[in-house]
Structures are given as C-alpha cells and as structure tokens.
Ligand binder design. Structure first.
Ligand SMILES: C[S@@+](CC[C@H](N)C(=O)[O-])C[C@H]1O[C@@H](n2cnc3c(N)ncnc32)[C@H](O)[C@@H]1O
Length: 208
C-alpha cells in the first residue's frame, strides 16, 4: 500500500459516517448525504417514482426503498449493483441510458431524479469540474424529459468554473434552485449538491 493510500484508508476507517454506515448496514456513507437532504426537504414520499443515477453500491436506493415500501425506483450505474428489493437496476452508462430511455415516450411520470454520479477524479480542477458538468448536463436532459411537471432533481456537482452558470440555467426549468453541502460531504471536497424543485410546465420551458 502506498503512503497516500494508507493515509486515505486510515482517514476512511476513522470517518464517523463510515462507522455509522457499517453499523446501520448501509452500503455507503453517501446515504447520510441523501438522508440529511431528504429529512429537510421531504423528497421521497409515498408512491414516489424515482430515478437513481450513479446508484452503486446502492446506499441512496437502499435508503429510498426502506423509507417507503410502495415506491418505484429505477437505478442506473456503469458498475454492477447487488440487488435491493423494489429497485429495478439497469447496468448502463448514463448517456446510453438517456438515449434508450428517452425514446420511450411513456417515461414522463418521474417524481424525483437523484444523481450522485461522479467522474473518476484526477485532482486537477480544470479536468474534474468540466467532466462533472458534462455528466450533470446529461442528468438534466434525463430529468427534463422524464420528470412530471413539478418534479424534483437532486444532482451532485463540483464547485468550480462553469458551475454557477449551470445553476443559473436551471432556474429556467425549475421553480427553485438551491445549493446544499450536507454534513457528510467532506469539507475538503469540491462536492456540492444542487436541489432543483418544481419542474416548470413543458409549455413554459419551451416558451422561454
Ligand atoms: C459516489 S458513487 C454513488 C454512490 C451512491 N449514491 C450510493 O449511495 O451508494 C458514484 C457512481 O457514479 C457512477 N458513474 C460514474 N460515471 C457514470 C456514468 N457515465 N454512467 C453511469 N454511472 C456512472 C460510478 O460508477 C459510481 O458508482
């Protein structure tokens, strides 16, 4: 193990959210980010139809499926994800999924699109931020084409060049756009979440 990876490993096993995730049998510490946001904004409600993009290893889907038994979740990831009751998993790249999924016209009843997708991080801001924005653009395309009117979008972003414009753009599509840095999100990371609530009606969006 290199010096850097052993440093990362020590920090990881001492991380309070990793300990909590292990204790609660959650698949990832990321679950605490969604939990905090959901507890404040109540995004996951009874009968919700949810798309979980970049879902593996499955913490977010696990949380949503546990919160209400009668919801429908479709989860997508490049990587394999172990099955979770009531979660329909599709192993696919988001771009490929977007092309296939969007062709099926009947998928416009989604209540919540939640995306924790992240690119492989190089540590170089000028590479990581555009890579994240590129993925976030695909996520928004999926969201706008599949969310029902007044539906909500939660998407991970990295702070950096272009992120403010991205969020400004989202105000054309959603009633309210907020930036959230959950407690479980490491303070030294560029990671933030954008919560965009209340998708505007398709006619309003097209008219803009
Ligand atoms: C931070 S993890 C998600 C953690 C998850 N929310 C949880 O609670 O377990 C980000 C995921 O995004 C996935 N990902 C990255 N790029 C992707 C792409 N182009 N298409 C689909 N999934 C992608 C990665 O494979 C990874 O599993």
């Amino acid at each position: 193990m290199s010096k850097n990876s052993s440093k990362w490993y020590k920090a990881h096993i001492n991380d309070e959210y990793v300990k909590l995730a292990n204790k609660g049998n959650w698949r990832s510490r990321a679950v605490f980010k969604l939990k905090e946001i959901d507890e404040k904004y109540n995004l996951i409600t009874e009968n919700s139809i949810i798309l979980d993009l970049g879902s593996a290893p499955g913490g977010w889907s696990q949380y949503a499926a546990k919160k209400h038994k009668n919801i429908q979740i479709t989860a997508i990831d490049l990587l394999h994800m172990e099955s979770i009751p009531n979660v329909n998993f599709v192993q696919s790249d988001i771009e490929e999924f977007s092309e296939n999924y969007l062709k099926k016209k009947n998928f416009d009843k989604i209540d919540l699109v939640m995306s924790d997708i992240a690119p492989n991080i190089s540590g170089i801001e000028s590479a990581d931020v555009p890579a994240m924005l590129n993925l976030a653009d695909i996520v928004v395309e999926v969201a706008i084409n599949t969310l029902k009117e007044s539906g909500n979008l939660l998407v991970k972003l990295f702070q950096g060049k272009g992120t403010d414009e991205y969020m400004k753009d989202m105000r054309n599509y959603f009633e309210k756009v907020r930036i959230i840095k959950p407690k479980a999100s490491r303070s030294n990371s560029r990671e933030i979440y954008m919560l965009a609530t209340g998708l505007k009606s398709k006619s309003t969006i097209q008219g803009e």
